[in-house]
Write a protein that binds this ligand. Structure first.
Ligand SMILES: [Zn+2]
Length: 753
């Protein structure tokens, strides 16, 4: 591993040449190592005229001995023939009341007939521009000047907005780098043993450790001072009153703002160091001392242009709508995010999904595993009796797929979600019985027990009742690649579920791609649909059960709540009673003008499970975004990632207007239950919270005239903590609740909030 080497262009009289410093770590600084590094540097960098050797973690006398005994000076002298190349050693030395970085040159000589080095013994202070040039080089090669991505800009805790910021921690990635910064810092600061050191960001603690090693190696300090980080502007209020003996390090500054505030808190100018400074505007000011000014000016060969920064109130980037990324010190903050409103429209529902839902409704097909949070599975299930059994909605289409796509001859059938007898029955009923003849039929779990020989070629069929666990399908696919060896494999499902069109396409490609490219294998499904999948959040029903159990722990539950709790405790996979009944005790039912399903016929046979499936599908499409919601028309690889998920920059909230646009009580209830806690977390935005409050107060005011069929569900969402309003809106809602004269069981529910 090469030692850290930094360069700066240096003007000496009329010349401009490279001046390089090599910084050695404590254990690696040996005479042969120094000599090798000098030789390598000369051969790689022929423009170098001055080479400086620094070893922050050993004292000057020790480094001088190593140079005297080694051949580094001889190699430097021989290195470039005619050209004058000088070797210097660099050290931190006491000079009156302060420390200085000083240099002496080392010439080639002979001692006892052997080549050696001869330090001149003449120490002189180093040119300050060399030090700043090297630190600029370190900063620059570390990529520490960070540019915002297009369309974004940084907002700093100083209140300034900018497209760039200085990330000092990027320069602190090695002990050698920290050692150099420590030497420079000690030379700039008053070096008396400090009592405490405060740093503005945690990475600077490594500089404090390095300062301690540098200072104790030379006898300037006796012990490691206590050191701690306060987080830039945000944390300076936590600082104690600063006194004599307190040292403060700031990672970077463009305005001197933080330094000014620290001086007010009692920091002393000669004990306050900013490691990197880049001028930002005319009012910027360097306060205390600075290790490296990065700003370019006419007299120097390096530096950055002044940084453009704007006050928050007049920031032109904000006017252009640039996204704001908040910074504190040199870290990103992610707790304040902009809000996106998730809105459902009639057109959010895809035509294919609408047809499929029309086909599956009224059959008792859709069921909700109310307490499940099984990852990799959808929040809904399809009852097989309603789908693949005799007269089931997918029976005919699935039979047709069996007839058309079953490989022939067929060696092996793997069943997922149904067993051999069921499959045989479906096949016989639909006239596909012959296709299965002679094949071994096993369930997915029994595949390994067959102990099939790996070398044979086989044709296989994999059948799913509902394919929703994509990773399970991939596992089966991987197993079959091993045992089918070029045979034909077909995957058939009654229904395939996916969270996004992209997930569906990925599965499609994975299952069909093989040694003959795309379509090596066959994958067909009688129906396909987007549905939300479980997250690690518990379901609305589990939250409801926990809430009611909590209330019951303190007092007797009102009868309506008691019977609800009894139902919840016995509930498994359900399609009725999913939602709280109306205040007068009616179950919520689809209304004649339901927007996402034709309801002119047999409306009373549409189950709550059907409605929950429909609303969940619409919500899944809205979350996926327009470009990623259409099955069979997958977005290109380069199209943007679906925007409607929670990210470090965005918070997605379910827009309260959805509840106004769709004033069906059952639709509102289904929406409340299928939205995530984060989508209902209106605390994050005062405006959205106010809109939700308006809607709730409206419900409270009209329930006695029959306008609040979904009111129990709204109050439950609030009481269980799935929906949250800002504090002041929650207080206003409580007042409206008191006035509304609610029935006792709802009062009890609300009191648990
Ligand atoms: Zn701005």
């Amino acid at each position: 591993m090469a030692e850290l080497s930094l360069n700066t262009r240096y003007r000496e009289k009329q010349f401009e040449a490279d001046a390089r410093i090599i910084i050695f770590d404590g254990l690696r600084v040996t005479s042969p190592n120094i000599a090798d590094e000098v030789r390598d540097l000369i051969s790689r960098r022929p423009l170098t005229r001055n080479i400086f050797i620094a070893a922050p973690f050993i004292c000057g006398a020790q480094l001088e001995r190593l140079l005297r005994e080694g051949v580094a000076a001889v190699r430097a002298a021989a290195g470039l023939g005619e050209v004058d190349l000088r070797l210097w050693m660099l050290d931190l030395r006491e000079h009156g009341e302060s420390l200085r970085i000083e240099v002496q040159d080392v010439a080639a000589t002979e001692a006892d007939g052997r080549p050696a080095g001869a330090p001149s013994g003449v120490w002189k202070p180093i040119e300050p521009e060399l030090i700043e040039g090297w630190l600029f080089d370190l900063f620059d090669v570390s990529g520490a000047l960070v540019d915002a991505p297009p369309g974004a800009h940084f907002t700093k805790s100083s209140g300034k907005h900018s497209t760039q910021f200085l990330r000092t921690s990027s320069t602190l990635l090695s002990t050698a780098a920290c050692g150099l910064i420590a030497m420079v810092s000690l030379a700039k600061l008053q070096y008396l043993q400090p009592r405490r050191v405060f740093v503005d960001t945690a990475p600077l603690l490594s500089v404090v450790y390095a300062m301690n090693l540098v200072a104790t190696a030379r006898g300037f300090w006796a012990a490691m001072p206590e050191a701690r980080s306060f987080s830039s502007y945000g944390g300076k209020d936590k600082l104690p009153q600063l006194t004599v003996g307190d040292m403060v390090l700031i990672s970077a500054s463009t305005s001197g703002g933080l330094a000014r505030e620290l001086l007010v808190l009692g920091a002393r100018q000669e004990m306050l160091l900013t490691v990197y400074y880049l001028a930002a505007d005319r009012n910027g000011q360097r306060l205390g001392v600075t290790a490296c000014d990065l700003t370019a000016h006419a007299a120097r060969t390096f530096g950055y242009r002044q940084l453009e920064s704007y006050p928050a109130e007049t920031c032109p980037l904000c006017v252009k709508g640039f996204v704001r990324a908040e910074l504190e010190g040199d870290q990103f903050l992610i707790d304040r995010r902009s809000v996106k409103r998730l809105r459902l429209l009639r057109s959010t529902q895809q035509d294919d999904a609408r047809k499929l839902l029309e086909k599956t409704a009224r059959a008792g097909a859709w069921k909700v595993p109310v307490h499940s949070t099984a990852l990799g599975r959808s929040i809904l299930e399809l009852r097989r009796e309603a789908t693949l059994d005799e007269g089931g909605v997918f029976e005919k289409e699935f039979g047709r797929l069996l007839q058309r796509f079953t490989p022939s001859p067929l060696d092996l059938v793997i069943c997922v979600g149904l067993d051999a007898t069921m499959l045989q029955k479906i096949a016989n009923r639909t006239g596909a019985g012959k296709a299965l003849e002679g094949a071994v039929i096993v369930s997915h779990g029994d595949l390994e027990r067959l102990k099939l020989k790996e070398r044979d070629t086989r044709n296989a069929l994999v059948v799913f009742d509902v394919l929703q666990d994509h990773s399970q399908a991939r596992t089966i696919n991987a197993a079959l690649r091993g045992i089918c060896n070029g045979g034909n494999v077909t995957y058939l499902a009654a229904l395939t579920m996916a969270e996004t069109a992209r997930a569906a396409t990925d599965l499609d490609v994975f299952l069909t791609f093989g040694e003959r490219g795309r379509d090596t294998f066959t994958f067909k499904s009688a129906g396909r649909m987007l549905l939300p999948y479980h997250t690690d959040e518990s379901s609305s029903w589990s939250r409801e059960r926990a809430l009611l159990q909590g209330i019951a722990g303190n007092r007797a539950l009102e009868p309506q709540l008691q019977s609800r709790l009894t139902w919840l405790q016995g509930a498994g996979v359900e399609h009725e009673q999913l939602f709280l009944p109306t205040i007068d005790g009616r179950q919520l039912q689809v209304s004649p003008d339901f927007v996402f399903l034709p309801t002119t016929e047999r409306a009373d046979e549409v189950s709550q499970g059907d409605i929950f499936a429909i609303v969940s599908n619409v919500l899944a499409c809205a979350r996926a975004g327009e470009a990623n919601a259409t099955l069979g028309k997958a977005p290109g690889r380069d199209s943007p990632v679906p925007a409607w998920r929670q990210t470090s920059l965005f918070q997605t909230l379910l827009c309260p207007s959805n509840f106004k646009d769709f004033n069906d009580a059952i639709l509102r209830a289904a929406l409340l239950r299928s939205a995530t806690e984060q989508e209902l977390n209106y605390v994050l935005n005062d405006l959205v919270s106010a809109e939700m409050l308006d809607l709730l107060v409206g419900q409270l005011q009209t329930w006695q005239s029959g306008g609040g069929d979904a009111l129990p569900e709204f109050l439950l969402a609030l009481a269980s903590g799935r929906m949250k309003l800002t504090h002041s809106h929650a207080v206003q809602l409580q007042e409206a609740v008191v006035v509304a004269n609610l029935p006792n069981y709802l009062k009890q529910l609300v009191s648990a909030t």
